[in-house]
Design a protein around this ligand. Structure first.
Ligand SMILES: NC(=O)c1ccc[n+]([C@@H]2O[C@H](COP(=O)([O-])OP(=O)(O)OC[C@H]3O[C@@H](n4cnc5c(N)ncnc54)[C@H](OP(=O)(O)O)[C@@H]3O)[C@@H](O)[C@H]2O)c1
Length: 259
């Protein structure tokens, strides 16, 4: 029995899709933990065991992990949580206990890239994700943390601005290279580990896209009037007074570089 958390999310829904295709021929049963079963497609609901509730809730994971051989674990984002520790380790604490109580063999969790780097202890979500990994690993289950960079899919939030104005913005430093991964690839890595459980112990599996990207500032003309504007020497951003009075504008694009 494989238990899938967050089956309505970007990664969880894809993990579920892959496992629905591949688990039955291996004789694996599937169970999902979902707050609102109505969000699952009818065809999915008919083929999986459904435990209703939040996987942050002790009573829910206690029911869901009974008889489980493996668990796909994802701590959901929670922007209003009191701390990042609450988002990751706090949310995972009840599950960690239930892994032990129910003798779950293998857990695959969504985590972040960064362990072993100088910034690992002061890197916000990354630091909190790594602490969650340590909590799970400390239970004695065989654990693989999927060490993810930023999701490629995050760029989809800017589709309208890219389409309408040709503008893509980011708060990261320009010219910094950054790996990315697509949620489909993260889900495929998770599903592979959940189906082939020949691995033991604890560790992490980096999930990186095929190429690393470098942010560059390329555009030197207003996206609305195409007029080239002069810029202060060294400035990355330019202003087009008629179309964005007082506002800086520009376009950062992603240029692929080989890893
Ligand atoms: N975005 C990035 O660049 C990035 C990079 C590295 C790691 N990550 C990690 O990736 C994870 C997010 O993955 P994702 O994008 O696949 O998630 P997502 O699409 O935002 O989906 C969140 C899932 O969690 C469920 N959920 C939300 N709040 C819940 C709660 N209180 N109790 C139970 N279930 C809850 C949602 O279910 P409902 O349908 O019920 O709302 C949904 O299934 C986070 O752990 C994040 O730290 C993100």
């Amino acid at each position: 029995m494989i238990v899938i958390t967050a089956p309505t999310g970007q990664i969880g829904s894809r993990v579920m899709g892959i496992l629905l295709n591949e688990a039955p021929e291996r004789g694996e049963e599937l169970r999902v933990i979902v707050r609102d079963p109505g969000k699952l497609p009818d065809a999915v609901r008919a083929r999986v065991d459904v435990v209703t509730g939040s996987h942050g809730d002790a009573e829910v994971v206690d029911r869901a992990f009974a008889g489980a051989d493996a668990v796909f674990w994802l701590a959901p984002s929670h922007p209003k949580a009191p701390s990042l520790d609450a988002v990751y380790s706090g949310f995972t604490r009840a599950a960690a206990k239930a892994f032990t109580v129910h003798g779950v063999g293998h857990v695959v969790g969504v985590s972040a890239l960064g362990r072993g780097t100088p910034a690992a202890g002061r890197a916000g979500h990354v630091t909190a994700s790594l602490a969650m990994d340590d909590l799970i690993a400390g239970t004695g289950v065989a654990y693989r943390a999927l060490a993810c960079p930023s999701f490629m899919d995050n760029l989809l939030r800017q589709v309208a601005s890219i389409r309408d104005d040709g503008v893509f913005t980011d708060t990261a430093a320009a010219d910094r290279t950054a790996p990315m991964a697509a949620t489909g690839d993260i889900a495929a890595a998770a599903a592979g580990l959940l189906l082939d459980r020949s691995w033991t112990g604890t560790g992490e599996v980096p999930v990186l896209g095929p190429r690393t990207f470098r942010r560059t500032t390329r555009r030197a003309s207003c996206p609305r009037c195409s007029a080239a504007r002069s810029a202060t020497s060294g400035s990355r951003w330019r202003t087009c007074a008629p179309h964005s009075p007082g506002a800086a504008w520009g376009t950062r694009s992603w240029r692929a570089t080989s890893t």
